[in-house]
Design a protein around this ligand. Structure first.
Ligand SMILES: *[C@@H]1O[C@H](CO)[C@@H](O)[C@H](O)[C@H]1NC(C)=O
Ligand SMILES: *[C@@H]1O[C@H](CO)[C@@H](O)[C@H](O)[C@H]1NC(C)=O
Ligand SMILES: *[C@@H]1O[C@H](CO)[C@@H](O)[C@H](O)[C@H]1NC(C)=O
Ligand SMILES: *[C@@H]1O[C@H](CO)[C@@H](O)[C@H](O)[C@H]1NC(C)=O
Ligand SMILES: *[C@@H]1O[C@H](CO)[C@@H](O)[C@H](O)[C@H]1NC(C)=O
Ligand SMILES: *[C@@H]1O[C@H](CO)[C@@H](O)[C@H](O)[C@H]1NC(C)=O
Ligand SMILES: *[C@@H]1O[C@H](CO)[C@@H](O)[C@H](O)[C@H]1NC(C)=O
Length: 585
């Protein structure tokens, strides 16, 4: 029998709760400057990722339904099938709820699958409960401050039940848009003379892409097959600019063809020419203008100018799709930030949600980044000269990352193409042979530093230079993997249209197909090189300098295009679409 020693002895046993660090970083990434501790009484809303009940089961299921030859190939799951894998167990929910109520807090479920909940509390309480030290940070490209901490811990009782607390250690690029629009002149029109961007005046219009890749101009017929274009950080798509674009470059289509709009988390889409976004306009013009007859939805995600940040915007996107019964068959994202800026917990969580969307038959495409082997826009010179810095979401093995080429006869890899290897995700099974073959081509005295055990990216590449876009009713040739991803999305959406018309399932998660039987639909790009770039930190302060500096490349150790897969340009889809279709069907 045990006799109670003292009341205080019992109390001290209760209050001592071991803390386990779940994420920390030695310092904020370059560019973020601490302005001191956050005020203790400031209010914080933290999001908690509850552990899914059977993530491995979903992973296994997806491998099976996305791998050619499997008996359940392309038998995509329904919304509730996915939920059954990813919702937390009742034990996890009960544990979290009792932790919250013991601390006087009320959880709010913020995702349809119940895997994310939020708690609102003062900074002082957050610092105590999660052993954080929240500070205010500024950044030259940020209006105002964000509240972050360099380390976050969980009390013992939540370990195994909570995977991530957000936003805590995440410091993503305040401007993750990947397009590099050159200066544009309102109401000025260029008259493109050549589609060959190896030539000085070569410019890409929709008809160029239709010619180069054999993309049909005839409209799609399946109205339930739609395409989603994501929009972040106050990038807004303009209907009037789309109309001008279609009048000029798709005279065979109705100039009234427009996109539909979904606004989440306070996202907007004001139609003022001065607020036209280069990225948003590029993405909408080269989806509506290529995926003829397919409804494109512009998903404007809010959070711009708040504490939210890019990682939150990516989460909000998947949360939206998790709740939609009939999702689009393709999603394209032309934004990215250095993988390490998210923190390992966040990239894994976001990537798992792309996995869940892939299992529902959605092809998730992302631009591979415009900083060569050196991250997104490492304008602040954050990294050592030969440190390769991968970009997320391109590094997620469940997205199809799209790089850029230019010219034709032959098509060449473009030097800004983001490419390399993840430091978080290991090489996925579908890619191991391709990556191993590439690694053999690297010279033994290769001076660059990269993680040869990581997921290699991009997966495909296509044209990405001098896309003729309309902004504020003027023209602007735009470069970037942000041009390539919407184009590839449109091709996939058109193939899906033909598949649905034939009573077949859509392409869904593409990578196991692309790296096996699907590779026959692609042309191997054999020349080109991706670089890194540098520029002095002092030269950067405004967004326009951001773009200018992103175009200053310098030759450094990086990757060359090779036979077979390589981390910059492999597999441009140069085979006519009708042939790709034959392969897909
Ligand atoms: C689209 O509609 C067709 C015909 O009504 C149907 O067979 C198919 O399952 C639908 N596809 C989706 C993705 O809803
Ligand atoms: C937020 O959107 C505005 C455009 O309305 C833009 O000027 C600003 O740079 C955006 N902020 C960030 C952090 O992207
Ligand atoms: C486009 O919209 C305008 C105004 O609503 C209308 O007058 C015109 O007939 C439409 N054109 C086509 C081709 O649908
Ligand atoms: C495109 O231009 C380049 C550079 O002038 C040239 O070498 C190539 O042959 C051209 N391609 C075609 C198909 O004419
Ligand atoms: C390299 O990538 C693996 C995942 O493939 C990861 O576990 C490891 O930590 C990475 N190494 C470095 C130095 O980032
Ligand atoms: C946009 O440009 C087109 C072609 O130059 C012109 O017809 C149209 O009136 C312009 N629209 C606006 C709103 O300025
Ligand atoms: C990258 O390509 C651009 C455009 O052709 C060129 O101006 C620049 O010099 C190239 N940089 C490197 C490092 O090859």
């Amino acid at each position: 029998m045990l006799a109670l020693r003292t009341f205080l002895a019992l109390l001290s046993l209760n209050v001592v709760s071991a803390m386990v660090v779940i994420e920390s970083r030695p310092a904020a990434p370059n560019g973020f400057v601490s302005q001191g501790p956050a005020h203790p009484s400031d209010t914080l809303t933290l999001r908690f990722a509850l552990a899914p009940n059977n993530l491995a089961g979903l992973q296994e299921k997806l491998a099976s339904i996305s791998t050619p030859g499997s008996s359940e190939f392309r038998q995509w799951l329904l919304k509730d099938d996915v939920k059954a894998f990813v919702e937390p167990t009742t034990d996890t929910v009960a544990t979290f709820n009792s932790f919250a109520s013991a601390n006087g807090l009320t959880p709010t479920v913020i995702s349809p699958n119940g895997d994310w909940v939020s708690l609102t509390m003062p900074v002082s309480q957050a610092n105590k409960l999660f052993a954080t030290n929240f500070e205010l940070f500024t950044h030259p490209e940020l209006d105002g401050t964000i509240t972050r901490t360099l380390s976050v811990s969980l009390p013992n009782e939540l370990v195994g039940h909570v995977d991530v607390v957000h936003p805590t250690t995440e410091f993503t690029d305040p401007n993750p848009s990947l397009v590099s629009p050159k200066s544009f002149i309102p109401n000025k029109r260029d008259t493109p003379t050549s589609c060959n961007t190896s030539e000085p005046h070569g410019t890409i219009t929709p008809s160029c892409l239709q010619d180069i890749y054999g993309i049909p101009t005839s409209p799609a017929t399946q109205s339930n097959n739609t395409l989603l274009v994501t929009g972040y950080v106050g990038e807004w798509a303009q209907a009037a600019d789309l109309q001008t674009f279609l009048t000029l470059w798709r005279p065979d289509m109705s100039a009234n063809t427009t996109f539909s709009l979904v606004e989440v988390d306070g996202g907007l889409d004001p139609q003022n020419p001065l607020e036209a976004g280069g990225e948003a306009n590029l993405d909408i013009q080269f989806t509506v203008g290529i995926a003829t007859g397919i409804l494109a939805t512009f998903l404007s995600v809010g959070g711009n100018g708040t504490n939210a940040g890019f990682a939150t915007a990516l989460l909000d996107t998947t949360t939206y799709l998790d709740g939609v019964d009939n999702p689009p068959s393709v999603m394209t994202t032309s934004y990215g930030s250095t993988e390490s800026s998210f923190g390992a917990g966040m990239v894994s969580k976001i990537c798992d949600r792309y996995m869940a969307l892939g299992a529902r038959g959605i092809s998730i495409l992302t631009a591979s980044g415009d900083g060569g082997v050196r991250g997104n826009h490492d304008i602040l010179g954050t990294y050592d000269e030969n440190d390769f810095t991968p970009v997320f979401p391109a590094t997620c093995p469940y997205v199809t990352a799209v790089g850029s080429t230019f010219g034709f006869g032959p098509e060449v890899a473009i030097n800004f193409t983001g490419g390399g290897f993840s430091n978080i995700f290991p090489t996925p099974l579908y890619q191991t042979a391709a990556v191993a073959t590439f690694l053999e081509t690297i010279p033994s005295d290769f001076a660059g530093t990269f993680n040869a055990t990581g997921r290699g990216y991009p997966d495909v590449a296509l044209q990405g230079r001098a896309f003729q876009i309309i902004i504020g009713n003027g023209t602007a040739p735009a470069d970037g993997t942000s041009a390539s991803s919407p184009t590839f999305a449109s091709i996939i959406a058109l193939i899906n249209d033909r598949l649905v018309a034939a009573g077949k399932p859509v392409l869904g998660f593409l990578n196991p197909f692309i790296y096996s039987t699907g590779s026959a639909a692609f042309t191997d790009i054999l020349s080109g090189h991706n670089s890194g770039y540098t520029c002095p930190a002092s030269s950067v302060s405004t967004s326009s300098q951001h773009w200018i500096s992103s175009l200053i490349f310098y030759e450094q150790v990086a990757f060359d295009a090779a036979v077979g897969w390589d981390p910059l340009s492999t597999f441009s889809c140069l085979v006519p679409l009708e042939d790709s279709l034959t392969l897909a069907v």
